[in-house]
Design a protein. Structure first.
Length: 344
């Protein structure tokens, strides 16, 4: 019961200044438009993807997040366009957030092997909460233990609350055949997301920086039977995020043994801090098929004070399908021009 009361205070900002935080995906490169608008159309193909994350299923109130997107690269205009839908639901108070956004990115060639992409996103967001299932101390009869239906904790707050607003993001990325470095900013206007009229609870701007390096391990190796090129590569990458008052670093490696992908990540900043920041170790396995279908599964092992036994970790699944639709077929699979980011 105490957890419910504290939770509703955090959600509504009653008596304290709460600040909402964005969902984070362990397979953040499998959610490219969500990570950085500059990645819109980065595959130089038409791409459709979905992501699902179930965080802390061991708790009474887990967090479920999902994302779906489609993007397309327009060769004649060096541009990528995309549409993204994001959603998440928290069991406590049935709080949900849904977003639909339009993305655009432009690709500029700086030198023979160096490119820069600049992208932006405009979104329409909706936050919804249903508070009727919450139980407050004033509803409990201390003699019988029965629960009454009258309480004044939610005075002035609709049982079914909804709030809509427009949001903006932009990002950029430099990349070569084997190296990439980018940055993005979300919630540029820091919109008010409070359900309470006259109450200010801003959604803080989220700043992130991501980058990495890829090493080819094949030397042009080809399959003995089909003579098809078999990619063997290892990549090291990071993704740093800061959203007041939290900051976090994801750092890890992936090895690609066509068609198998294996990865290991650490999330957190193990430094002395007032806020818990030593969060999880993440294992990943995936397949990348020549048909353009990529499937990934990852599991987060909780290493924070919440601990693995209580939280149950986190499960995450991603599915991406890429194909050529329009444009010059001769430009397909020009790997030197495609950002060498992680697959998941």
């Amino acid at each position: 019961m105490l957890r419910k009361i504290l939770g509703i205070l955090l959600i509504l900002g009653i008596g304290l200044q709460s600040k909402a935080q964005d969902v984070q995906y362990s397979q953040f490169y499998a959610a490219p438009l969500y990570l950085n608008p500059a990645l819109t159309g980065a595959s130089e193909l038409t791409r459709i993807g979905v992501n699902y994350r179930n965080q802390w299923p061991g708790l009474d109130y887990s967090f479920n997040s999902y994302s779906a997107y489609i993007d397309h690269y327009i060769f004649d205009y060096n541009s990528g366009i995309g549409l993204i839908f994001n959603g998440n639901r928290e069991g406590l108070a049935n709080l949900s957030t849904n977003e639909i956004g339009l993305n655009y990115a432009y690709q500029l060639q700086i030198s023979e092997e160096t490119y820069f992409r600049l992208g932006g996103q405009v979104s329409y967001m909706q936050r919804d909460a249903f508070f009727s299932d919450l139980v407050f101390g004033t509803q409990i009869d201390i003699v019988s233990g029965g629960i009454g239906g009258i309480t004044d904790e939610l005075d002035g707050i609709p049982i079914d609350s909804r709030y809509n607003f427009v949001d903006f993001a932009f990002g950029g990325m430099f990349y070569t055949k084997n190296v990439w470095l980018g940055a993005s900013a979300h919630h540029l206007t820091e919109p008010n997301v409070s359900f309470v009229e006259g109450q200010i609870s801003k959604l803080p701007m989220k700043l992130s920086m991501q980058g990495g390096i890829k090493f080819d391990l094949t030397g042009g190796r080809r399959d003995y039977f089909t003579h098809a090129y078999q990619e063997r590569a290892i990549s090291f990458a990071f993704n740093y995020k800061q959203q007041d008052p939290f900051n976090q670093l994801d750092i890890g490696t992936q090895i690609y043994l066509d068609p198998l992908v294996l990865g290991l990540w650490y999330r957190g900043l193990p430094t002395k801090n007032e806020l818990p920041n030593n969060e999880s170790v993440i294992g990943l396995v995936g397949v990348s098929l020549p048909t353009g279908l990529d499937i990934g599964y990852s599991y987060d092992v909780t290493v924070s004070k919440l601990n693995q036994r209580n939280s149950g970790g986190a499960h995450e699944i991603s599915v991406t399908y890429s194909f050529l639709w329009g444009g010059d077929p001769n430009k397909r699979n020009r790997k030197a021009r495609v950002i060498p980011c992680f697959r998941y």
